[in-house]
Design a protein around this ligand. Structure first.
Ligand code: CUA
Length: 167
């Protein structure tokens, strides 16, 4: 009887080590998710900000996509993805060097991705949702923005650019 109890309590050293590895990994994942979500502000697409993709042209803001000056050096950019033309609306944005731009991006039709090369801006773009991220442009130059989700035949052509100019 005692022998049987000993048997059932016995954990092979290899198994014990793998249990330790699994517990350490769980802790690492929980810490990584906590830091990313609360510290760095990464979020899943959420229904925080919604817009009717079929009524963008009647919308007070989205009917006129493009750049808005909030104060000197601070901008809001409204960008729409369009699968009919495989283009971003607008295709070009120009800001002075040192500007901080908050990008609000939505889609008229299907899922797209919005990535600005050389910045931390990289987000999914879904019809009905508004994706938002902010970037600061401290170096003059051209920053292309491209589509990162396959959206159809013209996907590879779907690009625009931000020009950061010296004042
Ligand atoms: Cu839009 Cu790929």
């Amino acid at each position: 009887m005692t022998e049987q109890t000993d048997q059932s309590m016995h954990i092979d050293p290899y198994e014990r080590n793998w249990i330790r590895v699994a517990v350490v990994l769980l802790v690492v994942f929980v810490v990584a998710i906590t830091v990313a979500g609360f510290g760095l502000g990464f979020h899943l697409p959420s229904p925080e900000e919604r817009v009717d993709p079929n009524a963008l042209d009647e919308h007070p803001v989205w009917s006129d996509p493009g750049l808005r000056v909030m104060e000197p050096g601070v901008y809001e950019a409204y960008v729409i993805a369009n699968v009919t033309t495989f283009a971003w609306e607008p295709r070009e944005i120009e800001v002075p060097v040192g500007s901080t731009v908050t990008f609000h991006v939505t889609s008229r039709d299907v899922q797209h991705g919005f990535l600005i090369q050389g910045t931390n801006v990289n987000m999914q773009v879904l019809p009905g949702h508004v994706s938002t991220l902010t970037a600061t442009f401290d170096e003059p130059g051209t920053y292309p923005y491209i589509c990162t989700e396959y959206c159809g035949r013209g996907h590879a052509l779907m690009a625009g650019s931000i020009t950061v100019v010296e004042e």
